[in-house]
Design a protein around this ligand. Sequence first.
Ligand code: FMN
Length: 259
Amino acid sequence: MASNDSLGNTLKVVLGVSLVCSIIVSVAAVGLRDIQQRNIVEDVQRNILAVSGVELDGRSVGDVYEEVIEPRLVDLNTGEFVDASAEEIAAFDQRAAAKEPETSIRLTSEQDVAGIVRRANVAKVYFVRGESGDFERVILPIHGYGLWSTMYAFLAVQPDGQTIDAIVYYDQGETPGLGGEVANPLWQAKFVGKQLFDEQGNPAITVAKGSADPNSIHEVDGLSGSTLTSNGVTNTFDFWLSDNGFGKFLGRIQDGGLI
Ligand SMILES: Cc1cc2nc3c(=O)[nH]c(=O)nc-3n(C[C@H](O)[C@H](O)[C@H](O)COP(=O)(O)O)c2cc1C
C-alpha cells in the first residue's frame, strides 16, 4: 500500500491547495471589481465636493454630487464647451486622454512649464449650482510636477473667473512632512481669496520662498524646507492659467460669454 507521505500524494495536496486558492483569489477579484470602480468614482466626487463649498449634512457623496455638480467638457484650444451627452461627459477620462496622441498634444519645452509632457485637448470642469440654479463656482482640474511626483489638484474659482474659492491637492507623492504638506488643509486655506491674474491678465499666483507678503493678492506662504515642491505649485498655476491651459476658458467666464 502506498504511504500517505509519498511524493505523488504531496504533489496532489500542493496542487489541490493551489487550485482552491487561485479560485478564491479570482472570484474575489472579479466580485470586488464593481465595488472598487464605485469607490474610485466616489473618491473623485468627494474631492470635487471638498472644494464646492457644499456640506454633505449626512447625505451621501453620490446624492449631493448629483444634486449640485454639473460636469462639462471644455475645448482647451478655444475655451468653448464641447457638445457632449451626460454619458459622454461622465465617461471622459482626462488622464487617459492626455496619454493618446489623437486626443492630446505634446508640449514643447517652452510650453511645458509644469512638467506634464502632454496635455489633453479637452478638460472636464465642474460647475457648482446654487439653490436658485445660479452657478456659484467652477472647479478646474490642474496638475504639475513637484520634486518627486505629479501633483493633482482641484481648484475652485468664483464666477468672476479670477478669485480662488478653494483648492485641494488630492493625489501627490511628495515627501510626507516636507513637500507632502501640499495636501495640508491649513496650507491650502491660504489660497482662498487670492487673485489668479494680474492687471495685465497674466497668471499671477506665486508660492513664496518663506512667508508671503501679507498685502499680496497673488502670493501664498511657501512650504518650509520644500522650495522645489512650492515651485512646482507655482509652475502648475503658470501653466493652467495660460492660454495652453484654462486661460481662454477663464477669459470667457470673465467676459460673461459662457454662462
Ligand atoms: C529625504 C529628503 C526628502 C525631501 N523631500 C522634499 C520634497 O518633497 N519637496 C521639496 O521641495 N524638497 C524636498 N527635500 C529638500 C530638497 O532637496 C531641497 O533641499 C529643498 O527643496 C530646498 O528647499 P529650501 O530652500 O526651502 O530648504 C527633501 C530632502 C531630503 C533629504
